[in-house]
Ligand binder design. Structure first.
Ligand code: AMP
Length: 386
């Protein structure tokens, strides 16, 4: 298996961690950067958020901000000069942005990690090489490719863009061969990928932190439920046999090691009826399915990310409670907020977004349960008011 170490300079193995008061540069202004910056502040670091939109969730709580396009080389150079290390909070930052920054400041994770995770072809090949099975897939660059892919894989199948897809955007399920051509024309940007439709029993993810010295800290695997293609709920721990949970954690750890990651990643997987796991997607950053770690673990995914990036040792990823995390999405999520705060029974998080557009993740709430209690809850109990 090939390893692709982060092309980054200090702090690295054997080097000192960045001292308290140092500045972490974060590309991206969303809630993942906001919660990373809050974790950094708790550890005594400052954050400088670089994003194209002002008043973003991350910028509201950052020590310094740059509002500029990711292509603005001059602004990037000034940013690099003002920070001690650079990280990113979403993987659609252009790889060229990290290429401009890399000679000027350590970038963690590095550009190679970003490139692999931005491209579903590279990602699938990487997962296979790392020993994580994936659903059968074919590259689709033309209508002819698609016909051949449908013949090889069969239907139903899922046709996806290879870049810039998230929350179910940029993909469609093909059930009949006649649908193929219109779907090919509609999905942009090209090229596309056709994947076998996976009749999964559950969607599972595992989050792992990896430090520059290669040490790993893996959180418990969780079960994720979606509504309208957007994560609705994460159950921690996943209600699966221990062997499955261990395999999920093992897959995530193998991917982080094979990438030479410095930071945190989430590996999203499908659990098949026979207990096998298939890798679906790598997110090389803190992930929505890890928000429960803020309240149910001694150190959250955001703290682990900051620790890795500044060169501190990773913390114990142990979980001290079972947890159910619910996303607050769009106007309905906002409408639920006053009740959640009033009841005061769950850990409540709001991201400071200025508009409650449909489909937008505005916050989340996490209900904590005694260790072991989640396994005993039925569906009605799971749907409790937070
Ligand atoms: P993705 O953008 O790849 O994370 O896909 C978003 C969601 O679409 C997943 O969380 C699944 O619920 C569903 N999905 C994606 N790929 C497949 C597949 N090959 N088979 C069945 N469902 C899929």
């Amino acid at each position: 298996m090939s390893t692709t170490p982060d092309a980054s300079s200090p702090p690295a193995e054997g080097r000192e961690p960045l001292p308290p008061g140092a500045t972490v540069g974060i590309l991206g202004g969303g809630q993942l950067g906001r919660m990373s910056a809050m974790a950094a502040a708790r550890l005594g670091y400052r954050c400088h958020v670089f994003a194209p939109d002002g008043d973003s969730p991350g910028m509201q709580i950052a020590a310094a901000t740059t509002v500029a396009a990711y292509e603005d080389a001059e602004a990037l150079r000034r940013f690099a000069a003002a920070v001690d290390v650079v990280t990113f909070e979403f993987e659609n930052v252009p790889a060229e942005t990290l290429e401009v920054l890399a000679p000027l400041a350590p970038c963690r994770p590095g550009v190679e990690v970003l490139r692999i995770c931005q491209d579903r072809f590279a990602e699938k090949e990487f997962l296979e090489r790392a020993g994580v099975p994936v659903a059968p897939w074919r590259a689709v660059r033309s209508p002819g490719d698609l016909r051949a892919a449908v013949a090889a894989i069969g239907l139903p199948a899922v046709l996806k863009t290879t870049r810039l897809g998230y929350d179910g955007r940029g993909q469609t399920v093909l059930r009949r061969a006649e649908e193929a051509e219109a779907a090919f024309d509609r999905l942009e940007p090209k090229p596309l990928i056709l994947e076998a439709f996976v009749p999964f029993r559950a969607e599972v993810s595992a989050i792992v932190a990896r430090a520059a010295d290669g040490s790993l800290a893996v959180f418990d695997a969780v079960e994720n439920r979606h509504r309208d293609h957007i994560l609705d709920m994460s159950l921690a721990p996943a209600r699966v046999p221990e062997g499955v949970a261990a395999a999920a954690r093992g897959h995530a750890a193998r991917v982080a090691a094979a990438l030479g990651l410095v930071g945190v990643l989430a590996l999203e997987m499908f659990l098949l009826p026979d207990g096998a796991l298939l890798g679906n997607e790598i997110a090389p950053r803190p992930h929505n399915s890890g928000h429960w770690t803020l309240d149910a673990c001694f150190a959250s995914q955001f703290e682990q990310h900051v620790r890795a990036v500044v060169g501190l040792p990773l913390a114990d990823p142990a979980r001290h409670h079972d947890a159910v995390m619910r996303n607050l999405v769009g106007p309905a999520g906002l409408a639920a907020w006053p009740g959640i705060v009033r009841r005061g029974r769950s850990a409540a998080h709001l991201y400071g977004k200025n508009e409650a557009r449909p489909g937008r993740k505005l916050g989340h709430a996490t209900r904590l349960l005694p260790l072991g209690a989640l396994a005993g809850l039925d569906e009605a109990e799971l749907a409790f008011d937070l």
